[in-house]
Each structure stands twice: as C-alpha cells, then as structure tokens.
Design a protein around this ligand. Structure first.
Ligand code: ATP
Ligand code: MG
Length: 297
C-alpha cells in the first residue's frame, strides 16, 4: 500500500477550479484557463506522502524551479506566466504559487541519468542496460555515466511506481521524430544542469522533466525543474561510487523511517508515522542548504 497518509482538502478560492491534488502540488484552473500550481510543504518517502509537512519546502522548491527556468530559458521555453498568486488566494500561497500555461502534456516522464542509482541501477544489474540503453560493464551504485542517457518512463497514479520504458516505446507512442526531439532536449537540458550544479558542489545524479506543447506545437518545459523532488541531489564531497550515496534532501527521513525508533515496518501494509521535530528541522535545513548552495542566496 502507499499514497497519502492524510489526503489534503483543496482550498476554495473564488474564480478557481480545483483540478488535481498531486503528491506535492495542488493544481487549479483560472477562469481564463491558465493553470495555478501551488507547491505544498508535503514530502514523500517510500511512495508515501508523509503525515508531517516540512515547513518552507514549497517556497524553497518554487524559488529553485524559477531560478532554473531562467537559467535554461535560452535552451527551452517554460510554462511560467507569473509568480503572483491570483486575486483572492490565501496569503500563505505567496512564494509557492506559479501561474502557468495550461499545456497539452506529453504523457512521458523524460528522465535523464548522469549517474547510476535507483531503478536505473536495478535495471543495469539485471540486464546491463537501462531502458534499452546498453551501458559498459563494471558500473556500480553511484557510478558516473560520462554520456548521460535518456531513460523515459510512463507516468503512474499516486502511490504507483512510474514504469521505465525504451526509446522505441516512446517512438511508437509519439512518433519517431517527436521522440527524438524529446530525447535530445532532455539530454541538452540535463547536461546544462549537471554542469552548473557540479560547479556548486552538487551532483544532479538524475532528473525527471515533463514537457508539454503550446498552441504553436513547440515543446515547453513544464512542471518543476531540477528540484530535490524531481532529481537526485548528492553532495559532491561525499560521493563514493560502490554504495548508496547520501542524498541532500530526504536522507534524514529515510534513515529515521527505517530505524527502530520510528517503529514503522516498511514491509507491512501500514502508513508511516509522523516525523519527530528534529527530523523535520534537519530535513528543512538540508533543503535550504541545497537551494542556497545552488542559487548562492
Ligand atoms: P509526482 O510529480 O511526484 O509524480 P504528481 O505528478 O501526482 O506527483 P504533482 O507533481 O504534485 O503531482 O502535480 C503536478 C501535476 O501538474 C502533474 O500531473 C503534471 O503533469 C501537471 N502539470 C505540470 N505543468 C503543467 C502544465 N503547464 N500544463 C498542464 N499540466 C501540468
Ligand atoms: Mg509531478
């Protein structure tokens, strides 16, 4: 089992229609059809949206996404129209609300990997390839891939795992040329991000982009970009291939949840317990440190 421990209720704002409660973001539509994306302080681990929020997380990640969108704008247009909450929105939406173009979303999670971890590592161990991309022998947990790879996935419902697919699967779904366009753009954007983050002591091990198309048919980068929710952030100074890498954001949460103190049995069919205040505080500090290291403010 997985999903929300407590499913949050949407907020009623005059003029807005609630569309979707995601793991982290709440989506509304304006009267003119634009999308309102509100980033909450929710955090997920082990496929559960936990019953405890990380105060400030929504604002930190919104700021980080905006920072990246700006730095990538010469490579790819993005969906952001404004960071001013709509009239009548609760005061606490400020700083974590983006008005976005409502795009025709491409039903593929565009994943780029520059290091081996997670489902990529599992596939490599089983078959020597990830999403049909063959890799050299002898790679280990956390190995750097000199040439980043495109490892698409199809989107799953809340609580389900996304499913890794091959490039050919994407080509069958969207057509050969659109699939190649998505792959090339994904790798170009990822490579830019990886290099920029590396200069600041952070390894962006992998990331997931979501693209949509505007009315003119051009690809637009949507959703969020290079946040610790969409990417693996590793501190460069503790990177040691051959073991799981400490991650910048959720390490304290994962460590605590799997420790005897939490009393939680991950294998049993029960929701995880609330996080203790010290785990909340240290997690918040990690998110803050990642954002500060990257953006420099
Ligand atoms: P997760 O990303 O952790 O899998 P989720 O996808 O269920 O969770 P959120 O990320 O919280 O939910 O919500 C964002 C939703 O908004 C996604 O379904 C995403 O595809 C969609 N989305 C993002 N940008 C746009 C856009 N410009 N136009 C239309 N839909 C968008
Ligand atoms: Mg999402």
């Amino acid at each position: 089992m997985s999903g929300f421990v407590v499913k949050p209720e949407p907020v009623a704002v005059p003029g807005l229609t609630h569309l979707h409660t995601g793991k982290v973001r709440d989506l509304y539509a304006t009267a003119s059809g634009d999308l309102v994306m509100v980033a909450s302080d929710r955090v997920s681990a082990f496929d559960w949206v936990l019953p405890t929020d990380i105060p400030g997380k929504g604002r930190l990640l919104t700021r980080l996404s905006l920072w990246w969108f700006e730095r990538l704008a010469d490579l790819v247009p993005n969906h952001v129209l404004s960071d001013t909450p709509p009239p009548g929105a609760p005061a606490d939406w400020a700083g974590r609300t983006l008005i976005c173009r409502n795009l025709d979303m491409i039903p593929v999670e565009c994943v780029a990997r520059g290091y081996l971890a997670g489902s990529g590592l599992a596939e490599y161990r089983a078959s020597g390839a990830v999403c049909g991309v063959p890799l050299p022998e002898g790679l280990v947990d956390g190995s750097r891939l000199e040439t980043p790879i495109f490892t698409p996935a199809t989107k799953a419902e809340v609580g389900e795992h996304d499913e890794n697919v091959t490039f050919d699967h994407v080509a069958a779904l969207l057509g050969e040329a659109p699939a190649a366009e998505l792959r090339d753009l994904t790798l170009a954007v990822y490579s830019r991000g990886r290099a920029l983050a590396e200069e600041r002591g952070i390894l962006l091990a992998d990331t997931k982009f979501e693209f949509g198309r505007g009315p003119d048919g051009a690809l637009v980068l949507a959703d969020e970009v290079f946040t610790p929710d969409s990417s693996r952030f590793w501190p460069a100074d503790s990177w040691r291939p051959g073991r799981p890498q400490p991650s910048f954001d959720k390490q304290f949460i994962r460590d605590w949840l799997t420790s005897p103190e939490s009393g939680w049995d991950r294998a049993a069919d029960t929701p995880p317990p609330p996080l203790p205040p010290e785990v909340v505080a240290s997690t918040r500090a990690k998110y803050e440190e990642a954002v500060t290291r990257l953006t420099g403010d």
